[in-house]
Design a protein around this ligand. Structure first.
Ligand code: GDP
Ligand code: MN
Length: 389
């Protein structure tokens, strides 16, 4: 789960990381003057809150010297379509701006903590040359990046923090503060179960180190350990994904036309692959889970049917713990409540498969039955194709 810059900064500030004077987040230009007051004296920085980096170069970060200038900038930025080198050619609408007081920058460093899978440990990546050119620096001068593995049991130790400070050429009188901040950043990464924590730039000011930007992603699977973070909405989730999350159903929306309902994540992925192999494309990943009962089947079907892209549904159930007849009853019960508008292909296999097939056959629901997954995928792909007439 990705956090907005302002959310990440709020969290880091509480933990002791200096951030610029905060004027708050605004949604309309009318909220600007109060935000400027909260942020203190001019100049101010207006920052588009979108879940992508590279905003500075794309016009999503503006420095205003007067309230009038800030006003015209805010008007232009709110509602603008931002395309940065990280948005893959797609425009993101700017709905919110973070207003901050400008700060004096002496140096811009790059500092991040990511998971290094090879080392099976968090790794600090840092550079003395932070700022907006970091991607090209990494490509052209990889030697300018410092990597330092972190033992997750101890975090960043004092000597390692000092070594980092010297490697980054931090001025002597600011080394102490830099080390303090670097240690908090690493500890935050570990404490909050981050998958990424990137501060670019981490600036050197006359007083010490400060996070001028913050990009933080949290491991969704660890959210149960962080009730305070779990309150933050998942900004990238679609309405259907949020509905599924509430029902405790693993659902990820995709671009295709075949709605899938499967039990088990591995089987769900295998089903998606098989659909692709048969020439179709899945509209979603959906794992109803091992303990799927009638209610879960109903909720899952409702979610799939709400997706307008869906032209056919493929239910693929392997009855292991879950029983095929129970799933079949669930499907019948669900379809008594919701109208089926697209062809439904069902493949059941495993425990009580005959009973399950019998229930479906007797129900009068126009189900297309298939014995194995390959046949089911082909039938679903055919059913999803627009009629060639
Ligand atoms: P990004 O381009 O999406 O990573 O956005 P950043 O928040 O990193 O801002 C881009 C650049 O704007 C930074 O590298 C700074 O040079 C500049 N910038 C951001 N905030 C301030 C500020 O408070 N004062 C000044 N002078 N420059 C700022
Ligand atoms: Mn940045």
């Amino acid at each position: 789960m990705k956090l907005f810059e302002h959310e990440a900064k709020d969290i880091l500030k509480v933990r002791g990381v200096p951030v610029p004077p905060n004027g708050g987040v605004i949604k309309t230009a009318a909220q600007l003057s109060a935000a400027l007051k909260r942020a203190g004296k001019a100049p101010w920085v207006l920052k588009a809150q979108v879940l992508a980096g590279g905003r500075g170069k794309a016009g999503g970060i503006k420095l205003a010297k007067t309230p009038n200038e800030a006003k015209s900038m805010a008007k232009a930025m709110l509602g603008m379509d931002l395309i940065t080198h990280q948005t893959h050619g797609q425009a993101i609408k700017v709905k919110e701006l973070l207003i901050e007081g400008g700060v004096k920058i002496e140096r811009e460093l790059y500092f991040s903590v990511v998971m290094d899978r090879k080392a099976a440990a968090p790794t600090i990546i840092a550079s003395a040359q932070g700022g907006m050119e970091i991607e090209s620096l990494a490509a052209d001068h990889p030697e300018a990046l410092i990597r330092m593995s972190v033992d997750p049991n101890v975090g960043l130790r004092d000597f390692a923090a000092r070594r980092l400070a010297f490697a980054l050429d931090v001025p002597n009188d600011r080394v102490g503060d830099f080390c303090r901040v670097a240690k908090i950043l690493v500890k935050s990464f570990l404490d909050l179960d981050c998958t990424m924590l990137e501060i670019n730039p981490l600036i050197i000011t006359p007083k010490g180190a400060m996070a001028l930007d913050a990009k933080v992603s949290i491991d969704d699977n660890a959210l149960y350990r962080h009730p305070e973070l779990a309150k933050i909405p998942d900004h990238e989730a679609s309405a259907l994904e949020l509905e599924a999350k509430k029902a405790d159903i693993s659902y990820i929306g995709l671009d295709g036309t075949i709605g899938c309902m499967v039990n088990g994540a591995g089987l769900a992925m295998g089903t998606m692959d098989t659909i692709a192999l048969a020439g179709g494309s899945p509209a979603n990943f959906l794992d109803v889970g091992g303990g799927a009962d009638e209610e879960r089947v109903t909720r899952a079907l409702k979610i799939i049917l709400k997706d307008r892209k869906v032209k056919a549904i493929l239910i693929n159930i392997f009855g292991g713990i879950v029983k095929c007849d129970m799933i079949a009853s669930g499907v019948v019960a669900a379809l008594a409540k919701i109208k089926l508008k697209v062809p439904l292909v069902v493949r059941l296999q495993g425990t009580n498969v005959e009973k399950g097939q019998e229930i479906l056959a007797k129900s009068g629901i126009p189900v297309i039955l298939a014995d194995d997954l390959w046949a089911a995928a082909q039938k679903a792909v055919l059913a999803a194709k627009p009629a060639a007439k």
